[in-house]
Structures are given as structure tokens and as C-alpha cells.
Ligand binder design. Structure first.
Ligand code: ATP
Ligand code: MG
Ligand code: MG
Length: 408
């Protein structure tokens, strides 16, 4: 049977790596994004759509070219997705979808709840999932932030509810003196504040959700978790991922996987989700946020697991089997480090890191094809796989040094 065509809203690096995985399976992908976006560069087709995933007409044009819609970014127009999917999103089988409607996976409901971080928090709380205490900011005025500071104490994290990514939308408010600067940076956006999490580590888990079965008259979904990784952020942007997480007990890892699976199970539809967690000094875990798509913390799966997060996403939305063991490490002794290559001081500083990486044994270099860089923009990444974490650390060390150098 011919596989359905997948339409992807967004053609950045996640869409590009999803396309790589799809091609190996001969699954066809069409992409909606700007002309020559990273995902389009590697997928010769005449029916990609040029435009924005926030533009309803462009999303409708994409829907005409495919059987299933999915996303590589959550900041999309969910009204048009709701309209396109009407009446289909409880159906498990794409073949049952009427010709005028289209399967949207994960559900537009999931994307809508998640894309507003404050609504996402409210949703998690109603599901009994622990998360940092959050306060809605009704008016973006200094007096309102002072009230928040009095309640949460300092520091607290001011966050944009919408359009947030790579820390653009976060402002740490360390004292009343920061309030003016925080408002200058984020005043034009809908805001909320979070209690500061004094975490001992940040962990992340990729969870794959399927719901393609009816058991005893009820929809049955399953959630499966990839290994638990440790993420290191600098200025709210992910820098490094260690897989598996270092210095974290088996019991904490198991609890993290269970929590992540429970959180993802509360959403609608199929696909891969990235769950970001804070590990607190007392051993408690809280969810930071959830992405309804493949995630930066899961790049390591390409080289380290039997099945990458990108293939798992494709299989999940197509209703194909995902044996639990295949989303684990290739062998138990695998250790991987993923280093993001961000834009530096010059438009091509990131190329210096790639050049250096070409001489590092086993370094798997991914360049996203974004062209000129801007400071802090994700331009590529390197994954190192080794038989011990210390040997992976030794190999990545010179690259981290260079990444730090090009920043300044
Ligand atoms: P992403 O690129 O992951 O989507 P984002 O822009 O949505 O990032 P968050 O994940 O909310 O931003 O925050 C980015 C980082 O900022 C976190 O990984 C963490 O390091 C730090 N951070 C966020 N919230 C808090 C908090 N409440 N307390 C302390 N640090 C925080
Ligand atoms: Mg985010
Ligand atoms: Mg995040």
C-alpha cells in the first residue's frame, strides 16, 4: 500500500531532519515555508508551498498537496487546522478521512493549548502534572510585575505566553531594578511570570504517542519514552545535550520517563513530543514545557538509537508500528553528546566550528543550510557518539571552546 503524503508546516532544521528520515522510508513530504527553507533544499519537488505557517491560505494550499498535516513548529495557525480537520481528529485511520477533510497530527487542540505557554501550564495543572508556579500578567505595567515579585520572590522568570523559542521571550527578573528592562524587552507581548526553579539539572525526554487502536470500544493510545537526557542551556538557549543524562540515578530517570509519558498522554493525537524537565535538588521533577513535535534534545537519536525521533514521528502519525526497544540506545553502553552550533559574531563563524569538527573522530556534523547566520541562531549541530561519556567529553571539548570563542 502506498504511504500517504505528509505536509509539514515549517521547513527549518526539524523539518529537514524529518524529511531525511522520511526519504529513507520513501515517504513523500511537502513543506510549507519560505522558498528554499532548509527542509525544501533537500527535497526536490515542485509542489512545496511558499509562504507562512501562520497564513491560513498557505496552510490550505499545503493541505491540497497531502493526506496528513503535521508540524515542525507550534507557532502555526490552529484555526485553519481546526477547520481542515473538522470531524476527523478522532479517527485513527487516515484512509477513513473524507476527501475534503484532512488528518492533522498531532491534533490542532494539542498545538493550540501548547502554543500559549500559560494555557499549557493551566492544562498541565489540571492533569496533576507538577510545573513551576505561574502567574498571569494582565497589564504589562511595572506595578503588576512588582506584585508578582512580592508573591514569587526574586529572581523570577518573565515569559512571553506566545511565539517563544530559544529563550526569545524569556527575561530573568533578578530584582525590582530589572523590571524596567524586562518590560522594555517584552512589553508588546502577552506575558506571564514563573517562579524561579533552582534546578540541579535540566532533563528532557522525547515521548512518542500513538492512538491508532480501538480496544473494547475505546480509543487506546500508547506512549513510549526515549532515554532521559541532560540539557545544558546558556541564556535560555540549549547548548549541549548529554545522552544518557549524567549523574542521575536510574530511579530518577524512570520517574522522568513516567512523568513525561503521563504529561504527553494528556494531549490529543499522534506524534513525537519533547518534554523539558527541571530536576530539583530534593529529587523532585517538574515539567518546564512540552513541544508537540521533534525537539532539539532528541537530535542525538539519529546516531544513537535504532530509530530516530524523526522516524518515530513519521511512523506515529502514519500509524506504523514502533517497537518499544527500537526507541532505546543501539547498545546499552552508548554515550552521546550533542553540541548546538549557534550563529556567532560574524555571518559565517559557525563554519569555523564545522571545519574544526571535521577533524574530530566520529563527529557527525549537521549543517542546516540556513546560509548567513545571526548571533544565537541555530545553524547546525554536532553529535559525538562514544563508548564512554568521558571519551565523548574529551572529543567535544575543543569544539565547545570554539563555540564559546565565536560567541564573543
Ligand atoms: P525552547 O527553545 O526550549 O522552546 P523557550 O524559549 O520556550 O525555549 P523555556 O524552555 O521556557 O524557553 O526556557 C528556556 C530556558 O530558560 C530553560 O531551559 C531554563 O534553562 C531557563 N528557564 C526557563 N524557565 C525557568 C524557571 N522558571 N526557572 C529557572 N530557569 C528557567
Ligand atoms: Mg519553548
Ligand atoms: Mg524550552
Amino acid at each position: 500500500m502506498k504511504a500517504p503524503v505528509i505536509g509539514v508546516l515549517g521547513g527549518g532544521q526539524l523539518g529537514r531532519m524529518m524529511t531525511e528520515a522520511a526519504h529513507r522510508l520513501n515517504v513523500q513530504i511537502v513543506t510549507l515555508d519560505a522558498d528554499n527553507a532548509p527542509a525544501k533544499q533537500i527535497n526536490a519537488k515542485t509542489n512545496h508551498v511558499n509562504g507562512s505557517f501562520t497564513d491560513a491560505d498557505a496552510v490550505r494550499a499545503l493541505a491540497k498537496e497531502c493526506d496528513i498535516l503535521t508540524v515542525e513548529i507550534e507557532h502555526v495557525d490552529t484555526d485553519v487546522l481546526e477547520d481542515l480537520a473538522a470531524g476527523t481528529d478522532t479517527r485513527p485511520d487516515w484512509r477513513l478521512v473524507p476527501a475534503t477533510k484532512i488528518d492533522v497530527q498531532p491534533s490542532w487542540r494539542t498545538i493550540r493549548v501548547i502554543q500559549d505557554k500559560y494555557h499549557q501550564k493551566e492544562h498541565l495543572i489540571t492533569q496533576g502534572i507538577p510545573t513551576a508556579e505561574s502567574i498571569l500578567i494582565e497589564n504589562n505595567q511595572a506595578a503588576d510585575l512588582e506584585k508578582v515579585g512580592a508573591k514569587l520572590g526574586y529572581p523570577f522568570m518573565l515569559k512571553s505566553r506566545t511565539e517563544a523559542y530559544d529563550g526569545r521571550g524569556n527575561y530573568p527578573v533578578r530584582s525590582t531594578a530589572d523590571i524596567r528592562g524586562a518590560l522594555a524587552a517584552l512589553n508588546h507581548r502577552p506575558l506571564y511570570a514563573e517562579r524561579w526553579a533552582d534546578f540541579s539539572a535540566e532533563l528532557a525526554v522525547i515521548v512518542v504517542k500513538t492512538d491508532n487502536d480501538v480496544v473494547a470500544g475505546k480509543w487506546r493510545h500508547t506512549t513510549k519514552a526515549f532515554p532521559v537526557v541532560e540539557t545544558i542551556h546558556e541564556d535560555s538557549i540549549c547548548k549541549l545535550v548529554y545522552a544518557p543524562a549524567r549523574n542521575v540515578s536510574e530511579i530518577v530517570k524512570q520517574t522522568a520517563q513516567e512523568l513525561a509519558r503521563r504529561a504527553v498522554a494528556s494531549f490529543w493525537g499522534k506524534g513525537v513530543f519533547g518534554v523539558e524537565l527541571f530536576l530539583l535538588p530534593n529529587g523532585d521533577l517538574v515539567v518546564n514545557e512540552i513541544a508537540p513535535r521533534p525537539h532539539n534534545s532528541g537530535h542525538y537519536t539519529i546516531e544513537s538509537c535504532h530509530m530516530s525521533q524523526y522516524e518515530a514521528h513519521i511512523r506515529a502519525i502514519l500509524g506504523w508500528p514502533i517497537p518499544t526497544e527500537s526507541i532505546d540506545f543501539l547498545t546499552p553502553g552508548i554515550n552521546a553528546i550533542m553540541l548546538n552550533i549557534l550563529g556567532g559574531a560574524h555571518i559565517d563563524s559557525h563554519l569555523d566550528v564545522e571545519e574544526r569538527a571535521r577533524s574530530v573522530i566520529g563527529a557527525r556534523i549537521h549543517d542546516y543550510g540556513k546560509g548567513d547566520s545571526r548571533p544565537g541562531r541555530k545553524m547546525g549541530h554536532v553529535t559525538l557518539v562514544a563508548s564512554s561519556m568521558s571519551s565523548a567529553e574529551a572529543r567535544v571539548a575543543p569544539l565547545i571552546e570554539l563555540v564559546d570563542e565565536i560567541r564573543s
